[in-house]
Design a protein around this ligand. Structure first.
Ligand code: BGC
Length: 721
């Protein structure tokens, strides 16, 4: 935003503030829900229209559609004393009506352009449906697959997570946030929500200052640097202080240190929840703590509305503090363009034209196939020929529409989804017979369906087993204590194996699962997560080789539940793992390595890496090191590879991680051709937080790793002098 526009906006905000009564100011800090709840049922029985009329509401959430939104906005601008527009928010997590793959899936594409495009399409549809604001992206780093909300984010790595956060903000907010087809982004949930104890949603968080700064903060910083207009506080505490009362991490870190001037919204009813949390004594105390901490807007608890007037009257909250919070709300409304045109997103023609358009369906199909990860293809059964005589498609997720949308699908509708069975039928030749049997349900113990499933499997040339979790088994309030494929599905798979037919396992899930048996026994495994509206067509594109899979895991797959937490970016030990050495870091009853490491993903073709070339093995502070590697596609298909760059600081004044991802590049390489990939490494890429939490770069020996995943890498060393 340019400077003069900024000063102009601040002037207008101050003028408006002068005209507002204290009740009207507090009104701007209150967000009400209409229609549906996205948390415990609170705040639904109030007369929202009356509150808007009286200037006692600043925002509404969970109303969609131009007609509905226009109705409330008209009351605000025409019937309230000052005519301040409302701002309408909704969770458009991975699409509005055209549903894209779940965020963890999109992160598996490592394709920032594709992710930005998905957010752009979501913004085009959401803004066409009257919305101004989305509670996206979720930028919480998540390293515990038991946590259901791992599905909503970009996985375990702060570098990848930061780049994805930036791409999402850019996609939602576009080049000009006040354009009619943009919506304001909200980076959430600030902060360390992914670190909840034992992966249980809403549990406590204990993190060191180092981990907070090195792991959990970077994606928020990236989102803010990309201009995210708002940020949402997290349900959890951090080391005993609930985030909604955490002055140190909001007011001091975000406002003072990082100079953030956007809007901070509470999470659903979370100001009130500081009472059971054992931090606030009562609602009045909760309001005091929360406003002091820097939470500007109260989502549905009603606490700001009922408590702030009294607190101001008693002098416990200075008007200046209220003014500051109101300014943040008004600034957000200005930035979205609501003061110029309160109906900027209320255009029925756009609503009709833009939502679920052909282009949007094509976009989600493209992103979905880029998000799939080929985990195994040992006997090269994939890609399949579309002229196979008989294919047996088996499993409870094969013909499911709703599950393909994942757990948080906004206004997505099952009826618009292409199932995997439908997608495969669309793709095969007329002479191919496609047989289908459900086999069993996703959960439960009934195995009656095994017999018909085995019967059709025995007739087929190949079995495609579509198994995994239900779409709703991950997401908020859906943590799991087991990472197994649920119900009797594993047994079904074992029965199918007995037929002796080749099997392709197509896996649907919102988190890493422990799939050891499948890894050891099944011929091919394709991780598809929850691919969205065009699920079936995208799966068929990959299975039949119209798209050569290129996804890479953004999160480690554990060998067993007992390995958790397991992630690639961890500090070194004095007794690093050595297979033959019992006195080294390991378990006695299971492998130390994960089932599939971070960054892992195969292709139908083969990529071979040359050695690393460095322009020098010594650099001095401030210099740039240039490095390159040649990747040869020695296989029979054209393909896309994500070349990953990791760095290890061999010895430092604070022990560093075994290695950190510091870059990656995607290259399309034709069969039998090669590409040379270059990286420039700055000495700032070698920086870390020292003992005093200051960012420093120290001289010494570094190891550089380049390769196809976090375990399979070429190595070179250099000195920083
Ligand atoms: C979730 C948020 C969401 C909010 C509004 C809460 O329960 O934690 O992620 O944005 O509801 O729907």
């Amino acid at each position: 935003m340019n400077k003069s526009k900024n000063t102009d906006m601040e002037k207008k905000i101050n003028n408006l503030l002068r005209k507002m009564t204290i009740e009207e100011k507090i009104g701007q800090l209150c967000q009400f829900v209409v229609d549906r709840s996205t948390g415990p049922e609170v705040g639904k029985n109030c007369d929202v229209a009356d509150k808007i009329r009286k200037g006692k509401a600043g925002s509404i959430l969970n109303v969609t559609g131009v007609k509905n939104i226009r109705k409330y906005q008209e009351i605000a601008v025409k019937e309230s004393r000052l005519g301040i527009p409302l701002i309408f928010g909704f969770d458009v997590i991975h699409g509005y009506k055209t549903i894209f793959p779940v965020p963890l899936a999109m992160a598996s594409s490592w394709d920032l352009e594709a992710i930005e495009k998905a957010s752009r399409v979501a913004a085009i549809e959401a803004s066409a449906a009257g919305l101004d604001w989305t509670f996206t992206p979720m930028v919480d780093i998540a390293r515990d697959p038991r946590w259901g909300r791992i599905v909503e984010g970009a996985g375990e790595d702060p570098h990848l997570g930061s780049l994805i956060a930036k791409a999402q903000v850019k996609g939602f907010q576009g080049d000009k946030l006040d354009s009619p087809d943009c919506v304001m982004a909200c980076a959430k949930h600030y902060i360390a929500y992914g670190a909840v104890r034992a992966g249980k949603d809403y549990d406590n968080v204990d993190v060191s200052e180092r981990e907070l700064n090195e792991v959990y903060l970077p994606p928020f910083k990236a989102a803010l640097d990309a201009g995210a207009g708002s940020l949402m506080a997290a349900f959890n505490d951090v080391n005993g202080i609930p985030m909604h009362g955490n002055r140190k991490l909001i007011r001091e870190l975000l406002f003072k240190k990082l100079k953030y001037d956007g809007l901070i919204v509470s999470d659903w009813n979370a100001i009130d929840e500081m009472i059971p949390h054992g931090y606030a004594e009562n609602r009045n105390h909760a309001a005091l703590l929360s406003l002091n901490a820097g939470v500007d807007m109260d989502m549905v608890s009603g606490i700001y509305e009922s408590e702030l007037p009294g607190l101001v009257k008693e002098g416990k909250i200075p008007v200046a503090l209220i003014n500051e919070a109101v300014k943040r709300v008004l600034r957000a409304k200005f930035r979205v363009g609501l003061f110029d045109n309160p109906f900027i997103h209320c255009n029925e023609d756009r609503e009709k034209l833009n939502i679920l358009s052909k282009y949007h369906r094509e976009s989600t199909r493209d992103v979905a196939r880029k998000s799939m990860v080929l985990l195994k293809n040992e006997s090269h059964h994939l890609p399949l020929k579309n002229t196979l005589k008989t294919i047996a498609i088996i499993g409870p997720l094969a013909d499911s529409k709703l599950d393909m949308l994942g757990s948080w699908y906004a206004e997505g509708e099952a009826k618009d989804v292409v199932t995997i069975l439908e997608g495969i039928k669309n793709a095969v030749s007329p002479s191919t017979q496609v047989l289908y049997s459900e086999g069993c349900k996703i959960e439960g113990d009934n195995t009656d369906g095994f017999i018909p499933a085995i019967k059709i499997a025995s007739k087929a040339d190949i079995i495609i087993a579509v198994l995994g979790e239900a779409g709703g088994m991950s997401g908020e309030a859906h943590s799991r204590g087991s990472l197994a494929i649920p119900g009797r599905q594993n047994e079904l798979l074992a029965e199918l194996k007995k037929t002796g037919k080749p099997i392709v396992l197509v896996l649907c899930n919102g988190r890493p699962l422990t799939i050891n048996w499948a890894k050891n026994n099944i011929d091919a495994i394709l991780e598809i997560w929850f691919p969205g509206t065009e699920a079936g067509n995208a799966v068929a594109d990959v299975l039949f080789g119209k798209y050569n899979p290129s996804g890479k895991l953004p999160v480690t797959f554990p060998y067993s539940l007992g390995q958790i937490p397991i992630y690639h970016y961890h500090r070194k030990s004095g007794r690093p793992f050595q297979a033959e050495n019992p006195y080294s870091i390991k378990y006695i009853d299971m492998p130390s390595e994960p089932l599939y490491p971070f960054g892992y993903g195969l292709s139908y073709t083969i990529f071979e890496y040359s050695d690393i070339i460095l322009n020098s093995d010594k650099i001095t502070m401030g210099e740039t090191l240039k490095t390159s590697i040649t990747v040869v596609n020695t296989g029979p298909y054209n393909g896309r590879e994500t070349v990953q760059l990791y760095l290890e600081d061999v010895a430092a004044s604070v022990a560093q991680p075994v290695k950190k991802l510091i870059g990656f590049k995607q290259v399309d390489i034709k069969s039998r051709e090669s590409e040379t990939v270059e990286f420039s490494i700055k000495t700032t890429d070698m920086a870390f937080l020292n003992e005093h939490m200051k960012l420093v770069t120290e001289k010494g020996l570094f190891r550089l790793y380049i390769g196809t995943n976090s375990e399979n890498l070429k190595e070179a060393t250099f000195m920083l002098m």
